[in-house]
Ligand binder design. Structure first.
Ligand code: SF4
Ligand code: SF4
Ligand code: SF4
Ligand code: FES
Length: 352
């Protein structure tokens, strides 16, 4: 692909023809703030926080959608640009609860970061504000539409990543809001509760319901892991506090899923801390399960496998591998079947 040469903040930058000013700046290590833009989504050009000054252009231009051109000269933090960004932020804050004290997104909110960066403490614009009730009726997602900045990232994630298209923009003008068809509750819509909309929301409008008030973002450690549920092998980040999983967030580097998950991977982690979970082997004796040590359990299994093999031959045995195991574990299982038990009766739960 051909390259164009342009100047960004006085720095000469080579960028691919057809790329945006934002991409060119990022490639050169120059940060341009964004709100509606997310790298995994098509650019919306909705918020205008990314505007930049381009020489010989009458208006400020959105860096996330405007393409580079040969000889272009761009300023990303000129006084005019900063003033425009502060204006956008004031407009957003004029209809925002600003309850950072108890907001789940505090410390992990792109609007908060930008207000801090551009020192916008309050809005000079006073007017009508939205008063939507907090929606927690579904099992997984808390929706506080008073905090929504209408960036449409959630709509794009639902449509373009998950291909569900459960939500869109309803109504017009001041009444515009993100909603499922006919403004129905999410649980009565086509939503599959993958949580991808939560993952891309830049503010506290969409949050994980079951993580509310369990911890601040800076109190949690992110532990990258592979989802235990199926063979897709999605990469996830467990957000852990005091040795407990508080929530699961997207890992955008996941080679199999690029940050996307299904409902199981995103919200199905409660089993990890379930008091009903088996932590020791059980051996059935006189019709009842009795706790045993690993040595006792493994000795019993080895003895019975040897007995069955001796009495009925190796092909009377079979092993079933599981998608919940790692490749290495499944490899060992088939090796055990063929080399130790002496049978090729190996199957996998995904075929059942
Ligand atoms: S949870 Fe998934 S399916 Fe439901 S609205 Fe969000 S992105 Fe769409
Ligand atoms: S709910 Fe979040 S992601 Fe969706 S439009 Fe509002 S602020 Fe953007
Ligand atoms: S998140 Fe869903 S699709 Fe991905 S590995 Fe887990 S169960 Fe499979
Ligand atoms: S980030 Fe460019 S318009 Fe929103």
């Amino acid at each position: 692909m051909s390259k164009v040469s342009l100047k960004i903040d006085g720095q000469t930058v080579q960028a691919e023809a057809g790329s945006t000013i934002l991409q060119a700046a990022e490639g050169a290590g120059i940060h341009i703030p964004t709100l509606c833009y997310h790298p995994v989504l098509p650019a919306e050009g909705a918020c205008r926080i990314c505007v930049v000054e381009v020489a010989k252009q009458r208006l400020l231009l959105p860096a996330c959608t405007y393409p580079v051109a040969e000889g272009m000269e761009v300023l990303t933090e000129s006084p005019q640009v900063v003033e425009a960004r502060r204006f956008v932020l004031e407009l957003l804050l004029s209809d925002h609860p600003q309850d950072c004290l108890t907001c789940e997104a505090n410390g992990d909110c792109e609007l908060q970061d930008l207000a801090y960066r551009y020192q916008v403490k309050r809005s000079r614009f006073q007017g009508e504000v939205h008063r939507y009730p907090l929606d927690e009726a579904n099992p997984f997602i808390a929706r506080d539409m008073t905090k929504c900045i209408l960036c449409r990232r959630c709509v794009g994630a639902c449509r373009d990543i998950q291909a569900v298209d459960a939500i869109g923009l309803a109504h017009r003008g001041f009444d515009t809001k993100v909603a499922a068809a006919f403004d129905a509750p999410l649980q009565d819509s086509t939503c599959v509760f993958c949580g991808q909309c939560v993952a891309v929301c830049p503010v506290g409008a969409l949050t994980e319901k079951n993580a509310r008030f369990l911890g601040r973002s800076w109190e949690m450690t992110r532990v990258t892991t592979v989802c235990p549920y199926c063979g897709v092998g999605c990469l996830l980040d467990l957000n852990v506090k005091d040795n407990r999983i508080i929530k699961v967030t997207s890992n955008w580097e996941g080679p199999a899923n690029r940050g996307a998950t299904c409902v199981k991977g995103r919200f199905g982690y409660e089993f990890v801390h379930s008091p009903d979970r088996l932590t020791r082997p059980l051996i059935k004796a006189n019709g009842a399960f009795v706790e045993a040590s690993w040595e006792e359990a493994l000795d019993l299994v080895a003895r019975r496998l040897a007995e069955i093999k001796g009495q009925h031959g190796p092909d009377s045995l079979a092993v079933l591998a599981s998608a919940k195991c790692t490749n290495e574990e499944n490899y060992l299982l088939q090796k055990f079947a063929r080399a130790v038990l002496g049978t090729n009766n190996v199957d996998h739960c995904a075929r059942l």
